[in-house]
Write a protein that binds this ligand. Structure first.
Ligand code: V1P
Ligand code: CA
Ligand code: ZN
Length: 393
């Protein structure tokens, strides 16, 4: 198959479980797992499946979750169904203690809970965690350079607690798997939200550096991840946070991303890289206010891929689902080195009605109009200086 634009070929593997299209967080919930099925539909319609090895879809086992999660929480996930939640008062209280339910509903039946009790909860968790574990194993085996799981990237989940739409933390599990083979792992998080669960899991480790770029302002979830939050103990300066103002566009973002990630690569010299590609940092997202274009978002993938370290690509947030699918499809093309060949016109396929509002175009080569683009933003420059200082400490 043809070589990549940078003259090097990448061996790419890809995980997709069609079961994701039946996962439903409830009416009116922002998280729509069907966006992963839409991504897969686009990837298939562009013929990109021919350029990747499809990973065998083996779900994780409950025991594999114990590498990070505690036994009580894993047992709870295994027992929790909507019916049991209603009929069993003890189970209901335990679930609520662990951040799941209550399924408060508006009059019209809309869900208002971040982490509702959903049908097939455990299957869903084992599927997306199994995907990230399989992807990590493929990189450990050394016969793939890039591994992709768009259903993963659930960065808020804690050891014994669901948080921010995330029930199990597939990223922590995958990084632990990678540490079996690689000495140092760099985690980069471009989701609009702070990657708090992953940061906390490795806060005292100097084998894992976590680096999150996120919208940061009062009232924006989860509220952590200030520039001064740098990890503790042996892990001091191995956690790095880049808080951003809403309205940040491609140009402003990359004036931070490239120097900071470049410096992290240089000083930390990771043996593997994990990139959480949350697509809620795209312009027009229903929850967040950053203004990246698909091209600007994918530039993060292109930039990190250029370092030639084993690379794990995961999904995450993303709430305007046609934009999410366009973005992750284009990033799949970047991973296999076909970004220059992919047509802007979306091929006919079963989900194409979702792309009507974007003129049936992927819109991967246009810059989003930003509001901070006139010259360098002062606050952003100060953040860059501080982050680079932390990396030289
Ligand atoms: O702000 C909160 C709640 C209110 N506090 C008690 C916590 N929740 C946010 C959660 C956002 C999660 C983002 C996940 C990710 O980083 C990774 C997958 O992208 C929240 C928001 C909001 N606007 O921030 N929940 C909801 N909106 C929500 C909307 C509809 C139905 C249920 C929840
Ligand atoms: Ca982030
Ligand atoms: Zn997010």
């Amino acid at each position: 198959s043809p070589s990549c634009p940078d003259g090097r070929k990448r061996r790419v593997c890809y995980y997709y479980d069609p079961g994701i299209s039946n996962v439903d967080y409830g009416k009116g919930h922002s998280m729509v797992p069907r966006r992963v099925a839409m991504t897969h539909g686009l990837v298939a319609s562009y013929g990109l499946l021919n350029d990747m090895t499809r990973l065998r879809t083996r779900p994780a086992s409950p025991e594999e979750l114990l590498a990070f999660h505690d036994q009580k929480y894993v047992d709870l996930l295994g027992r929790l169904t909507p019916a049991a939640y209603i009929s069993d008062g003890d189970l209901r209280r335990t679930a609520e203690e662990h951040g799941i339910g209550p399924v408060r509903r508006w009059d019209d039946g809309a869900c208002t809970n971040d982490n509702p009790v959903i049908d097939g909860l455990m299957e869903y968790c084992l599927s997306y965690a199994g995907g990230s574990l399989a992807a990590a194993r493929a990189l450990c085996g050394g016969d793939h350079d890039v591994a992709i799981n768009w259903s993963g990237g659930m960065h808020h989940a804690c050891r014994g607690h669901a948080n921010g739409f995330c029930y199990v933390n597939d990223i922590v599990l995958a990084i632990k798997q990678l540490l079996g083979r690689f000495r140092r792992v760099l985690y980069v998080d471009i989701d609009a939200h702070h990657g708090d669960g992953v940061e906390k899991a490795f806060a005292d480790s100097n084998q894992v550096m976590t680096l999150s770029f996120h919208q940061y302002q009062t009232d924006f979830f989860p509220g952590t991840g200030s520039i001064d939050d740098v990890g503790d103990g042996a892990g001091r300066y191995h956690a790095l946070n880049v808080p951003l103002k809403k309205g940040m566009d491609d140009q402003g973002y990359h004036e931070l991303f490239k120097p900071i990630v470049g410096k992290a690569m240089q000083v930390f010299q990771p043996d593997a890289v994990v990139l959480q590609c949350g697509a809620d940092s795209l312009s027009g997202d229903r929850l967040a206010g950053l203004e990246l274009s698909v091209g600007g978002h994918a530039e993060c993938v292109r930039y990190l891929r250029g370092f030639n370290a084993p690379l794990l690509l995961l999904g995450g947030g993303g709430y305007t689902i046609n934009h999410v699918a366009s973005c992750w499809c284009y990033e799949t093309a970047v991973a296999v080195g076909k970004e220059d060949e992919i047509a802007d016109e979306i091929p006919h396929h079963p989900y194409d009605h979702y792309y009507r509002s974007q003129g049936y175009k992927l819109q991967c080569r246009t810059e989003a109009p930003g509001s901070l683009s006139s010259g360098e933003n002062k606050d952003a420059a100060a953040i860059r200086v501080k982050a680079l200082e932390h990396l030289s400490a």
